[in-house]
Ligand binder design. Structure first.
Ligand code: ADE
Length: 290
């Protein structure tokens, strides 16, 4: 059960890019649990099919649409299709993203451009189109999912640069679109949010164990802990918040091992709004890691 009151998002319509897997899926699940209607978008049709069949098989409250957010015509079409199907768009969650680990010196221009186009240009296109087709006249709320790139992002320089740009774009749009009734904020999950999708994206199985050392809470975060931050920003509880970036990282972006030693502890246990415990699902990390 979500921490937020039942029915909070009744009669609301949300569009979540990358809503079929990982953090995007947790956001979709929590929005659905709060009675929101949701459209999920992804490049991959099979992913969307599996997500709809698992999350909401017998309801029209969850719809799916294939969209490559790098392609302007596909983004225009996603927004117009959503408006035709559901009549409005109250919330946009820009969660789609993609990158590959590499030092900058080894990046090709093609690889660099691909990551910038997905994470920065795709977010720009989604924001502009939802504004131009709907929110400029009706208002709305946008949340951009970025990353913990605040001290640079070694081995991820392309996505670090793109996410920092989205952080800045969020601030610009909060000023430009306030007069249209649009609030826009960002959520920055740490690189320490465990999901099977994230684990598959990293080739290194020890990465999460190593990450734990650098987290003051001495545990990994969960996709649900990111989704609750997103739901907060979409809710009236955040009515006076715009242009802000909320870090969801257990304090890791503030902590350096060298300045302060934090012993192992379990004094800040995880919050989960589902009934699942981490060991319920084979793919989730062992309880000791959360
Ligand atoms: N996820 C990763 N890359 C994407 C893209 N180009 N469009 C939509 N979702 C994506």
């Amino acid at each position: 059960m979500s921490i937020f009151r039942a029915g909070l998002f009744k009669d609301k319509v949300a569009l979540v890019t990358g809503g079929a897997t990982g953090i995007g899926r947790a956001i979709t699940e929590e929005l659905l649990s709060l009675d929101c209607k949701v459209v999920i978008a992804s490049r991959k049709e099979e992913r969307l099919k599996e997500a709809v069949e698992t999350m909401c098989p017998n309801s029209t409250r969850l719809r799916a649409k294939v969209c490559n957010i790098r392609q302007e015509d596909q983004v225009k079409n996603l927004i117009s299709w959503t408006l035709k199907e559901l009549g409005k768009i109250d919330f946009l969650v820009n969660n789609s993203g993609g990158q590959f680990p590499s030092p900058v010196s080894a990046m090709s221009l093609k690889g660099w451009n691909a990551v910038i186009e997905t994470n920065l240009t795709g977010t720009f296109l989604m924001c502009r189109e939802v504004h131009d087709q709907w929110m400029s006249d009706h208002g709305g709320i946008i949340v951009n999912i970025i990353a913990d790139m605040f001290r640079g992002f070694p081995m991820m320089g392309h996505t670090g640069a793109a996410r920092a740009a989205v952080d800045n774009l969020t601030k610009t749009l909060s000023v430009e679109w306030a007069q249209d009734g649009v609030r826009i904020n960002a959520v920055a999950p740490g690189s320490n949010i465990y999901s099977p999708t994230a684990a598959n994206n990293y080739n290194d199985p020890t990465i999460f164990d190593r990450a734990r050392g650098g987290i003051p809470m001495k545990r990994l975060g969960s996709p649900q802990e990111v989704s609750s931050a997103v739901c907060f920003l979409l809710s009236p509880a955040a009515a006076f918040i715009t242009g802000e970036t909320l870090k969801v990282d257990g304090g890791s972006s503030l902590y350096s091992y060298l300045m302060w030693q934090i012993p192992e502890h379990n004094k800040l246990p995880a919050y989960s709004w589902t009934n699942k415990t981490p060991t319920d699902e084979e793919e989730d990390p062992p309880k000791s890691k959360l």
